[in-house]
Design a protein around this ligand. Structure first.
Ligand SMILES: Cc1ncc(COP(=O)(O)O)c(C=O)c1O
Length: 434
C-alpha cells in the first residue's frame, strides 16, 4: 500500500485537533476514543453553504456519522437531515431536526419505514419527501398512502422523488460507485418514466421530482456532470406534463483528500449551475437539493488509539498493533481506504504529529487489534513506538462510528466533541462490555 491514497489525508497534513487535546482525551476517556473537532464541522458546513447557497437545500446524510452529538451540531448549523431508515430518522428527530427538514431515501426501506412515513404525513407532520427506489416500492408506498387517506379530505399527499439510476461510471472506488447501470440503486429512465406515469397528479403520492446519487468520494466531476445533465433532461421531459414537478436532489459524494487533488463542492456547484442554465426556463427544477455525508464529517474525526505491540517482522519491517481497527473504522478493510496514522507519543514522550521534528520516522505497518489479517491501516511513517504509546488515526469522521461493529466482543468507543475553546465534551459514552 502506498502512503497516500484518494481517500486519506496526505502524510503530514494537520490533524483537526491539537495533539495535547487528543492525549488529554485518551487520558480522560480511555482508548480507543473518537474525537470530533467542532471547528472542522463548522468549516465544512460553511464551505458547503458557500458552494450551494440558498435556495439550495442542504441535508446531511446521517449514514456518514450518526453520533447524536455530531448530528445535533450539524442540525444547529442549519443542515437538514437525509435518512435511510426509521433508526436514522429517530436520530435526526432527537437531534432537533423536524420532519419538515428531513428526507427519507435508501435502497433498504422496509414496510415499517414506508408505513412510518405515511403515518407521519397522515398526522400532519410529513417528511419533506421520500425518495423511491423502484416501481415495486412506489406501488407499496402508494397503496399504504391510499389506505391512510392521504391526498383526500383535507389531508395532503405524501411528496416523493423518483430515484434515477444515472448509468454513469463515476471516478471512485468500485465499492463506492452506486450510479452505474448495473448497481442496485434507482430506476432506469424507462422505469422512472413509467413510474411517474403510474402516479397521476391529485393522488395520495405527489411526484415532486428526481433524486440521484452517483457515488461517494468522487475523484472528478465528469461522471457527476453527466448524471446531473441526464437528470435535468429527464426532468424537463417529465415536467412538460406535470405541474407538481419542481425538485432535483443531486445526492452527495463530495470527496475529501489532499487539498487540490480532489474537486471541492464549489466545482460541483459550478457544473450544476452551468447545466441548469442550459435547460429551457419553465422546464427547470425550482428546488435543488444536495445531501452530502462524508464531506461534512470526514476530516473532523480522529480516533486516538494506544499501541499494544511493536515487533520486527523479517521482510516486512516494523509492525505496530494498536487498539483500534476495523471494528471502529472498517473503510481500509472494506475498500482499501488510506488513513494517515500519526504518533501522539513516542517511547512514552509527547510528540507533535504535525511539527517539523521528523527525525527517527520510519516505515511502520499499523495493524488493528481484531482477529483478521486484513485489519490493517497499512504502511505509515512513524517514530519509534512501544506498548502504551498513543497514535491518531486521521480523517476518521465519516463511515467510522456509523459502521462500527462489536466483533470480538468490542464495545462501541466513546465519542467526544473537541470544542473550539479546547473543552472536551462527552458526546456518547463507551458501550457496555456485555
Ligand atoms: C443516496 C445517497 N445520498 C447521499 C449519500 C452520502 O454520500 P457521501 O457521504 O459520499 O456524501 C449516499 C452515500 O452512500 C447515498 O447513497
Amino acid at each position: 500500500m502506498g502512503l497516500a491514497g484518494p481517500d486519506g489525508a496526505p502524510p503530514g497534513a494537520a490533524l483537526p485537533v491539537p495533539a495535547e487535546l487528543l492525549r488529554a482525551a485518551a487520558d480522560r476517556f480511555g482508548t480507543p476514543v473518537g474525537v470530533t473537532a467542532v471547528a472542522a464541522l463548522e468549516a465544512a458546513a460553511a464551505e458547503l453553504r458557500a458552494a450551494f447557497p440558498d435556495p439550495w437545500l442542504r441535508a446531511y446524510s446521517l449514514k456518514a456519522n450518526d453520533v447524536p452529538a455530531v448530528v445535533e451540531r450539524l442540525g444547529a448549523m442549519g443542515l437538514d437531515a437525509n435518512v435511510v431508515s426509521r433508526g436514522e430518522w429517530a436520530a435526526a428527530r432527537r437531534a432537533g431536526i423536524p420532519n419538515a427538514r428531513t428526507t427519507l431515501e435508501g435502497i433498504g426501506k422496509t414496510a415499517g419505514d414506508l408505513r412510518a412515513a405515511v403515518r407521519a404525513a397522515a398526522a400532519g407532520a410529513p417528511l419533506r419527501w421520500v425518495a423511491v427506489e423502484s416501481p415495486e416500492e412506489l406501488d407499496a408506498l402508494a397503496a399504504m398512502a391510499a389506505r391512510a387517506g392521504l391526498g383526500r379530505g383535507g389531508v395532503g399527499p405524501l411528496d416523493v422523488l423518483l430515484r434515477l439510476n444515472p448509468a454513469v461510471a463515476p471516478e471512485t472506488h468500485a465499492g463506492l460507485a452506486v450510479g452505474n447501470e448495473a448497481s442496485k440503486f434507482g430506476m432506469t429512465e424507462t422505469e422512472l418514466t413509467a413510474a411517474a406515469a403510474a402516479t397521476p397528479e391529485g393522488g395520495p403520492l405527489r411526484v415532486r421530482g428526481l433524486h440521484l446519487h452517483v457515488g461517494s468520494q468522487l475523484g472528478a466531476v465528469d461522471a457527476w456532470r453527466d448524471a446531473v445533465r441526464r437528470a435535468f433532461a429527464l426532468f424537463a421531459l417529465l415536467a412538460a406534463g406535470r405541474a407538481d414537478l419542481d425538485t432535483l436532489d443531486v445526492g452527495g459524494g463530495f470527496p475529501v483528500g489532499v487539498p487540490g487533488s480532489v474537486p471541492a463542492p464549489a466545482r460541483f456547484a459550478e457544473e450544476a449551475a452551468r447545466l441548469l442554465a442550459a435547460v429551457p426556463a419553465g422546464r427547470r427544477p425550482t428546488r435543488l437539493a444536495t445531501e452530502p455525508g462524508r464531506f461534512l464529517v470526514a476530516r473532523s474525526g480522529v480516533i486516538v488509539a494506544r499501541v499494544l505491540h511493536v515487533r520486527e517482522r523479517a521482510g516486512w519491517g516494523r509492525v505496530a498493533v494498536v487498539d483500534a481497527g476495523m471494528t471502529e473504522l472498517i473503510r481500509p478493510m472494506l475498500y482499501g481506504a488510506r488513513h494517515r496514522v500519526a504518533a501522539l507519543t513516542s517511547l512514552g514522550r509527547p510528540v507533535d504529529p504535525d511539527g517539523a521534528a521528523t527525525a527517527g520516522l520510519g516505515p511502520t505497518r499499523v495493524d488493528g487489534p481484531v482477529c483478521e489479517a486484513t485489519d490493517t491501516f497499512g504502511d505509515q511513517r512513524l517514530p519509534p513506538l512501544r506498548r502504551g504509546d498513543l497514535v491518531a488515526i486521521a480523517d476518521a469522521g465519516a463511515y467510522g462510528a456509523s459502521m462500527a461493529m462489536a466483533y470480538n466482543g468490542r464495545p462501541a468507543i466513546p465519542q467526544v466533541l473537541a470544542e473550539p475553546d479546547g473543552a472536551l465534551v462527552l458526546g456518547r459514552a463507551r458501550g457496555r462490555l456485555a
